[in-house]
Design a protein around this ligand. Structure first.
Ligand code: SAM
Ligand code: SF4
Length: 379
């Protein structure tokens, strides 16, 4: 039977100092002055419009992403989070993450973020190699990245993630390992380690840099995973490694939980128990149009059809190394397990899915390696 899953909130801040050539996120180079106050008011109005009827679930997590949220002041987030709390109850152990760019941080700001209630920072380091950082168009160098972690600790953050990318133009296996070693040395709780991809509509896609050969990419992946494991980082998702901590917010996405998305271009997913429908929504993308509020902020919404739900669910759940309890499938899609039993058995027989599938839907090591093959069974 369909149940209401845990609820999270995603808040998008769509501005950056400048646009990185590899980035396809909804981020725009800031012109002079940011409309912090007007945008905050718009976010709260957007939240008012987005609240499900009779919402009484406590918020498990909030993720303030971008863009570069650290361009906004602590005061702004204080006001915003208070506004959110007037509309939604916070779980006692709520995780509130903010993305920070090492080129925009200073001590007083970090202290103010902590005071506003933000209790997890995700710092966009990408690499500790200054040559790579320049080619990636980053506004910071290695020293600013190390300094950002030190400042975050001083300000009282005890839950820090570093975003790193690998497979960078001309990167060697040793170069990628040296980035990881530096991150490990900083004793953070979490590392998100993404392989650089060339996304359509980016400068890198139009003028592709020379990326490492497949053999090097494979070596980076294998040696990097071993290095992170030896330093006590458990890989719990394709790109996520935690030492004693995981990202509760992302885990809720992967467990097919609910989330409201507010801000320019933000996406959300909500389950309506009464109608038995699961809906996705997305908001007006252009910051100027979003601010002008000519519509209800909603750019589109869509009800997920029953025949697409198994794939939607698996695309999330099977990213997790430990998968999810099997009961989540029916509770979070409303579909009986028997409807996909043939596909599950086929996945087990091909050694892509753990044989214990009646208890847990978990990819095998082979299933993780050939995730697309595993997912194609549910198309
Ligand atoms: C939404 S971005 C924003 C983070 C923050 N604005 C920053 O760049 O410091 C989140 C992360 O996605 C990763 N990312 C962005 N574009 C990518 C790409 N083309 N390939 C792989 N990872 C990418 C980067 O590690 C980045 O920190
Ligand atoms: S700072 Fe982050 S969000 Fe902004 S353009 Fe660069 S990668 Fe994208």
């Amino acid at each position: 039977m369909l149940k209401r899953p845990p609820l999270s909130l995603y808040i998008h801040i769509p501005w950056c100092v400048r646009k990185c050539p590899y980035c396809d996120f909804n981020s725009h180079a800031q012109k002079d002055g940011l409309p912090e106050q007007a945008y905050t008011e718009a976010l709260l109005a957007d939240l008012d419009n987005s609240l499900p009827k009779d919402e009484n679930r406590p918020l498990e997590s909030i993720f303030i992403g971008g863009g570069t949220p650290s361009l906004f002041s602590g005061n702004t987030f204080n006001h915003l989070l208070k506004g959110v709390q007037q509309r939604l109850q916070f779980a006692p152990d709520i995780e509130i993450t903010m993305e920070a760019n090492p080129g925009t941080v200073e001590h007083d700001r970090f202290a103010a973020y902590r005071e506003a209630g933000i209790n997890r920072l995700s710092i966009g380091v990408q690499s500790f190699n200054n040559d790579h950082l320049t080619k990636l168009g980053r506004i910071h160098g290695r020293d600013e990245a190390c300094n950002a972690v030190a400042l975050a600790r001083e300000a009282g953050f005890n839950n820090i993630n570093l975003d790193l990318m690998h497979g960078l133009p001309n990167q060697t296996i040793d170069g990628a390992m040296s980035d990881l070693l530096q991150a490990i040395d900083l004793s953070v709780e979490h590392i998100s380690w993404y392989q650089l991809t060339l996304e359509p509509n980016t400068v890198f896609h139009a003028r592709p840099p020379v990326l490492p050969e497949d053999e090097t990419l494979w070596g980076i992946q294998e040696q990097g995973q071993a290095l992170l494991a030896s330093a006590g980082f458990e890989q719990y998702e394709i790109s996520a490694y935690g030492r004693g901590r995981q990202s509760r917010h992302n885990r809720n996405y992967w467990q097919f939980g609910d989330y409201i998305g507010i801000g320019a271009g933000a996406h959300g997913k909500l389950t309506d128990i009464e109608s038995g429908l699961i809906q996705r929504h997305w908001k007006t993308r252009q910051p100027e149009k979003y601010l002008a509020r000519t519509d209800s902020f909603i750019s589109g919404e869509r009800t997920l059809a029953n025949d697409e739900l198994p794939l939607e669910f698996m695309m999330n759940a099977l990213r997790l190394n430990q998968g999810v309890p099997t009961a989540y499938f029916t509770e979070r899609t409303g579909i009986e397990l028997t409807a996909i039993e043939t596909e599950l058995k086929e996945a087990v027989s091909r050694d892509l899915l753990d044989a214990d599938y009646l208890n847990r839907l978990r990819p095998t090591a082979k299933g993780r390696l050939f995730l697309n093959d595993l997912l194609s069974l549910f198309v």
